[in-house]
Ligand binder design. Structure first.
Ligand SMILES: NC(=O)c1ccc[n+]([C@@H]2O[C@H](COP(=O)([O-])OP(=O)(O)OC[C@H]3O[C@@H](n4cnc5c(N)ncnc54)[C@H](OP(=O)(O)O)[C@@H]3O)[C@@H](O)[C@H]2O)c1
Length: 218
C-alpha cells in the first residue's frame, strides 16, 4: 500500500519504519521538501521509503497517518490539502498536549471535543480513525514487547475505515481481539483525556514501556 506519514518526530519515524518493514511504500511528510529528519529517515529506511512536503506525500497516498502534535494537526491537514485527503483513511495518532506552561502538559482541548473530532469536522470527506494515541511509540509498532494481553482502542464514524485500520494494526502485531472499537469519533475525547493519566502512570510504572489491559468479570 502507498502510505503517507505526516510527521517527522519519534512517532512518525516509528510508524513509518514499521510500515516499510511490512513492505509498504511509505512517504514521510513535513513542512519542507528538504526536511533533515525526513531525509535521514528515508535514506536509512531504504527502498520503499521517500519523503516530501505534507501535500506531496498526501497526494499519492492511499492511507495517511497523522503523527503531529494535536495543536497543529488541523494546520498540517490544511497544508496536506483537503483535495489530496478526500476519501482516504486518516489514522489520527495525535494528542492535544500543550507544553506552553511547562510540565506536566495540559490538554489544549478536551471534554466536549477532541482533536479527532475537530479533524473530522474540518475535513468531512476524510475517514478519520483515532488509534494508537494511548501507547508509547515503541509499543505502537511492537505490542509483543509487553508480556501478557493488553488493549488498544479505536473509534471513528466509518466502519470500513475502522476495519482497514484493524487489519493494519494486526499486521503491527496487535491481536484482533485486543483492539476495542469504542464507536464513533466522539470517543476520541476519552482516548485523548486518558493521556494525562498515562503520563502520570510513567512515575510508578518506571517509564513509558507499558499499556493497560481491560479485565472482564467471569
Ligand atoms: N511520543 C509518543 O510515544 C507518543 C505516543 C502517543 C501519541 N503521541 C502523539 O503523536 C504525535 C506526534 O508526536 P511526536 O513527538 O512524534 O512529534 P511532534 O514533535 O509532536 O510533531 C512533529 C511534527 O509536527 C510538525 N509541526 C510542528 N510544528 C508545526 C506547525 N506549527 N505547523 C505544522 N507542522 C508542525 C513538524 O513538522 P516538520 O517536520 O516540518 O518540522 C513535525 O513533522 C503527537 O500528537 C503526540 O502527542 C506521541
Amino acid at each position: 500500500m502507498r502510505i503517507a506519514v505526516l510527521g517527522t518526530g519519534e512517532v512518525g519515524s516509528a510508524i513509518a519504519g514499521k510500515l516499510v518493514a511490512l513492505g509498504h511504500q511509505v512517504a514521510m511528510g513535513s513542512r519542507t521538501a528538504d526536511n533533515e529528519r525526513a531525509s535521514r529517515w528515508a535514506a536509512a529506511a531504504g527502498p520503499g521509503a521517500t519523503h516530501a512536503t505534507f501535500a506531496g506525500v498526501a497526494e499519492t497516498a492511499e492511507l495517511v497517518f497523522n503523527c503531529t502534535s494535536g495543536i497543529v494537526s488541523a494546520e498540517v491537514l490544511h497544508a496536506a490539502g483537503a483535495q489530496n485527503l478526500a476519501g482516504k483513511v486518516l489514522v489520527d495518532v495525535s494528542n492535544a498536549l500543550d507544553f506552553s506552561r511547562g510540565r506536566p502538559p495540559t490538554l489544549s482541548i478536551c471534554n466536549t471535543t477532541s482533536v479527532g473530532e475537530q479533524l473530522q469536522e474540518a475535513f468531512p470527506d476524510v475517514r478519520v480513525v483515532k488509534a494508537l494515541n494511548t501507547v508509547n511509540n515503541q509499543v505502537m509498532v511492537d505490542p509483543g514487547r509487553l508480556a501478557g494481553p493488553h488493549n488498544l482502542f479505536i473509534c471513528g464514524n466509518d466502519a470500513s475505515a475502522k476495519s482497514e485500520v484493524v487489519d493494519l494494526l494486526e499486521s503491527f502485531g496487535w491481536p484482533r481481539g485486543a483492539v476495542l472499537d469504542l464507536g464513533d469519533i466522539t470517543a476520541a475525547r476519552g482516548l485523548e483525556m486518558y493521556v494525562p493519566l498515562w503520563l502520570r502512570l510513567m512515575g510508578p510504572v518506571g517509564g513509558a514501556d507499558f499499556n493497560i489491559a481491560v479485565v472482564r468479570a467471569g
